[in-house]
Design a protein around this ligand. Structure first.
Ligand code: PGA
Ligand code: ZN
Length: 417
C-alpha cells in the first residue's frame, strides 16, 4: 500500500514539554497516528531528540522535527509503497547519520510508528498482532507490570537518590489481578504516607515523592504498604529498583554520590551496597544500578547477582544493538530495557529485542518520564510476548492510558467467560 498523506504537529507531553505527533494515511484510506515520548534522565548514547534550541518553550520546541516530517520525509515517502522494514530502512538512509541527528529520532520514530498503526489497520489486525508478525511471535501474552510507586532522582526533585521504586506482582495470574495488586498497594502507600504526615505529591511517573531520610526508608515504606494491602512480601509481591545511577555518578572521580545517605561510594562499594540490599529486601529486578560508563561495575554486579536477579540495562544499552552486543560479550547484564525513542524506528527496536532474547536475556518494554496518551508500548509488550512492562504508577492519565489499553487487549486474550 502507498503512503498518500503524512502530516505532523507539535503537541505537549506530560511534563509540559513540546513533543511531536505524526499522522500517516495509506492508499486504502486507513490512517495511523503516533506521539513521541521524551526522557529526563536520558542516556548519553540515545539517538538524537531534535529540539529547536530557540527562545520558544525555553529551547524545547520541536518545530524543526515537525518540519522535517512535513517536508523532507513527506516528499520522499508520499506516493511510494512500503512495508515496515523497507520504510524504516528508507528513514534511516534519508537521515544518513549514526544517531539520527540530521532529521531527529523523534521525527523518524513518529513516522515509523504512525505507519505501523496504519498498516495494522490495513491488515485488519490489532497493532500487537502486526508487531508479533514482524517479530516472529504468535504467542501474545499480557505483560507483568512493574508499578513505579515511589519516585525520586531527577523525576521528583531528588526526594531520594534512587529514581524508581517498583512493586511487581509475581503470583497473580491474570492481567486484571496483576493490575489490582499494584493499585491496592499504591493506595495503601498513600494512606501510610498520610499517617506519617509525609507529602503525597507525585513525581513524573505518578509515584509518591516524599523527602525521605534515606534511600532505604522508601523500601521500608513499600514493604509496609504491601503488607497492609494484604499481600505477602516476596512470595506474592516483589520489588524492583531503577536508581538511574548515571545521574549521581561523577565520571571524573568515579564515585557515586548518594546524598540522602550522605555516602560517596566507589564502584565496588556500590556493588556491595546493592548486594546487601538484595539480602534485606525482595529485589528481583535492578535497572541502571550502575552508571552507563561503569562497565566493570556492571560485570561485577552481574557476576554476583545475575543468577538470581534481573539486571536491566537502560542508559547502558539505549536499545542499541552495538551496545547490547558489547554487554553480551562482557556479561554486563541479563535484561534489556526497551525504549523505542532511544533508537528511533520500530524495526531497530525489534532487532534489539531479538538480539537480547537470543542471548537468553529478558526484555522489559518501557515508557519514558515524559509521556503522552499514545499506547504503542502496550502493543509492543504484548506483540513480542516479552512478558514485562514498566509504565509508571497507576496514576496520571499518560500512565493509566497504557494500563487501560492492556485491559482492552486482555478482553481479547484473557476472556473471563
Ligand atoms: P527517563 O527515565 O524516561 O527520564 O529516561 C525512565 C527510566 O530511566 O527508565
Ligand atoms: Zn531507567
Amino acid at each position: 500500500m502507498k503512503i498518500t498523506q503524512l502530516i505532523a504537529r507539535q503537541i505537549l507531553d506530560s511534563r509540559g514539554y513540546p513533543t511531536l505527533e505524526a499522522e500517516l494515511t495509506l492508499s486504502n484510506e486507513t490512517a495511523g497516528r503516533a506521539a513521541i515520548p521524551g526522557g529526563t534522565s536520558a542516556g548519553r548514547h540515545e539517538a538524537v531528540e531534535l529540539r529547536d534550541e530557540g527562545e520558544a518553550y525555553f529551547g524545547q520546541a520541536v518545530t524543526k522535527a515537525v518540519n522535517n516530517v512535513k517536508t523532507t520525509l513527506a516528499q520522499a515517502l508520499i506516493g511510494k509503497e512500503f512495508d515496515q522494514t523497507t520504510l524504516d530502512q528508507t528513514l534511516i538512509e534519508l537521515d544518513g547519520t549514526d544517531n539520527k541527528g540530521r532529521l531527529g529520532a523523534n521525527a523518524i520514530l513518529s513516522v515509523s510508528l504512525a505507519f505501523a498503526w496504519a498498516a495494522s489497520r490495513a491488515e485488519s489486525k490489532p497493532l500487537y498482532h502486526y508487531i508479533g508478525d514482524l517479530y516472529g511471535n504468535a504467542k501474545f501474552v499480557l505483560p507483568r507490570p512493574m508499578f513505579n510507586i515511589m519516585n525520586g532522582g531527577k523525576h521528583a526533585n531528588w526526594a531520594t537518590d534512587i529514581q524508581e521504586y517498583m512493586v511487581i506482582p509475581i503470583k497473580a495470574a491474570t492481567w486484571a489481578e496483576k493490575q489490582r495488586v499494584g493499585v491496592e498497594i499504591y493506595h495503601a502507600l498513600y494512606k501510610l504516607l498520610k499517617t506519617k504526615k509525609y507529602s503525597t505529591n507525585v513525581g513524573y511517573e505518578g509515584g509518591f515523592a516524599p523527602q525521605l531520610e534515606s534511600n532505604e526508608e522508601a523500601l521500608e515504606l513499600m514493604i509496609q504498604a504491601i503488607t497492609t494491602a494484604g499481600y505477602a512480601v516476596a512470595t506474592e509481591v516483589a520489588i524492583g529498583l531503577d536508581p538511574a545511577a548515571s545521574e549521581f555518578y561523577n565520571s571524573e572521580t568515579k564515585r557515586y554520590q548518594l546524598k540522602r545517605d550522605q555516602k560517596t561510594l566507589t564502584s565496588e562499594q556500590m556493588v556491595r551496597w546493592t548486594v546487601d540490599l538484595t539480602q534485606k529486601y525482595p529485589l528481583i529486578s535492578l535497572e541502571d544500578m550502575l552508571a552507563e560508563d561503569d562497565w566493570a561495575g556492571w560485570t561485577s554486579l552481574t557476576e554476583q547477582l545475575g543468577g538470581t536477579t534481573q539486571i536491566v540495562g537502560d542508559d547502558l544499552l539505549t536499545t542499541n544493538t552495538k551496545l547490547i552486543k558489547q554487554a553480551i560479550t562482557q556479561k554486563a547484564c541479563n535484561s534489556l530495557l526497551v525504549k523505542l525513542n532511544q533508537i528511533g524506528t520500530l524495526t531497530e527496536t525489534l532487532q534489539a529485542m531479538k538480539l537480547a532474547q537470543n542471548a537468553g536475556w529478558t526484555n522489559v518494554v518501557s515508557h519514558r518520564s515524559g509521556e503522552t496518551e499514545d499506547v504503542t508500548i502496550a502493543h509492543l509488550a504484548v506483540g513480542t510476548g516479552c512478558g514485562q512492562i514498566k509504565t509508571g504508577a497507576p496514576s496520571r492519565s499518560e500512565r493509566t492510558a497504557k494500563y487501560n489499553e492492556l485491559t482492552r487487549i486482555a478482553e481479547k486474550l484473557e476472556p473471563t467467560v
